[in-house]
Design a protein around this ligand. Structure first.
Ligand SMILES: C[S@@+](CC[C@H](N)C(=O)[O-])C[C@H]1O[C@@H](n2cnc3c(N)ncnc32)[C@H](O)[C@@H]1O
Length: 336
């Protein structure tokens, strides 16, 4: 097991000794999450309840920003990165886990009327998103803001989106949620579209903390994307930014670009069934090899985060903890 696996008892003890002030908030969060988990057996219901509890205190903290200034900065960072990596007016964008439009408000402003589509599992954060929209005076842009129960995306049209974006969503998702998304995202993406998502990266054992924060190896996610005809590319220059998660871009593989999905009933133009989660991989599905920059120690736990405690990833925190070494670029501070 990796020494920085946050779910390990020794890691928690070492962490608690270094950050004694975080023990009580962590214990509180542990108690709350235990109750919510007992009441909500499936992950989506559980996480929806977590978001309800968090938004009752603060919309911005619920998406991970402890101050308004950091909420603005992290939205801007996502926006600037995507604009410098292919997003253009005239494109149609799907944002999975749009939250309270921390970045969404900038995308909505930048894109043409009706071209932004935000999804979330949390009704509470979608109400907060409407408030953000009104405060920003963006009503005329008529974005779509939609509540979902899963990521099958069955209600969305075929090959509609140029860009799909999910920031700090898979970092809170068990592998079956990510797989469901990857299994279906290709259907709604244009053949030359792309899907950028962040994830909490580990080089050690994959693990989770309180079923709120999930740590994956890059190769796991690239291989999973490959099973659904998607090629994964590690975004090395994202590592230079002050954010503790890493970013992958997935695209539909060239050999699949000529297969037009004709309906949402798992048939392609040739009448073949699409594969679903867990079905065997076909040819050419290994995906591009993950790029460099995947080495390095994962971010420290609970850094700068609200109720962060031993074993936590600092989900709610903006400021990176000291001494992080994240491989390429020597990433230091982090913003979530
Ligand atoms: C940390 S917040 C980030 C929000 C937004 N992407 C941002 O950067 O401001 C994570 C968001 O993803 C949503 N979420 C979590 N799991 C999801 C899922 N399986 N499908 C859709 N949304 C999800 C949460 O409700 C929450 O609004």
């Amino acid at each position: 097991m990796h020494p920085n696996d946050r779910s390990r008892l020794t890691f928690k003890i070492r962490y608690a000794a270094r950050h004694p002030q975080r023990i009580v908030p962590h214990a509180r969060r542990l108690a709350r999450d235990t109750v919510l988990r007992l009441k909500n057996r499936d992950h989506v219901s559980y996480y929806r309840a977590v978001m309800k509890s968090d938004t009752a205190r603060s919309d911005e903290a619920a998406v991970g920003s402890l101050t308004h200034d950091s909420w603005l900065k992290l939205g801007q960072m996502q926006f600037d990165y995507l604009v410098s990596h292919g997003l253009k007016p005239g494109m149609r964008m799907l944002e999975i886990g749009c939250g309270n439009l921390r970045a969404g408000r900038l995308f909505i402003d930048y894109l043409n009327v009706g071209d932004y589509y935000g999804l979330d599992i949390s009704p509470d954060i979608l109400l907060a998103a409407q408030r953000t929209l009104a405060e920003a005076g963006l009503q005329d842009k008529l974005p779509h803001l939609t509540l979902v129960q899963d990521l099958k995306l069955a209600f969305l049209p075929v090959e509609h989106f140029d860009v799909v974006h999910a920031h700090s969503v898979f970092s809170h998702s068990p592998i079956e949620v990510i797989e469901e998304c990857l299994a279906h995202i290709g259907r709604v993406m244009k053949p030359d579209g792309f899907f950028d998502f962040t994830f909490d990266r580990t080089e050690g054992a994959e693990h989770h903390v309180l079923r709120e924060d999930f740590y994956y190896r890059t190769e796991t996610l690239v291989a999973l994307a490959g099973r659904y005809g998607l090629a994964g590319r590690f975004m090395t220059d994202w590592e230079e930014l002050p954010h503790k998660q890493s970013k992958l871009r997935v695209t539909r593989q060239a050999e699949l670009r000529y297969i037009a999905f004709t309906d949402s009933n798992r048939k392609d133009r040739h009448g073949r069934d699409e594969r679903g989660p867990g079905e065997p991989a076909g040819p050419g599905e290994s995906g591009e090899p993950a790029g460099p920059g995947e080495s390095g120690e994962p971010a420290g736990p609970g850094e700068g985060g609200e109720p962060a405690g031993p074993g936590e990833s600092g989900k709610r925190g903006e400021s990176g903890g000291p001494g992080k070494s994240r491989g390429i670029g020597g990433r230091r501070g982090s913003v979530r």
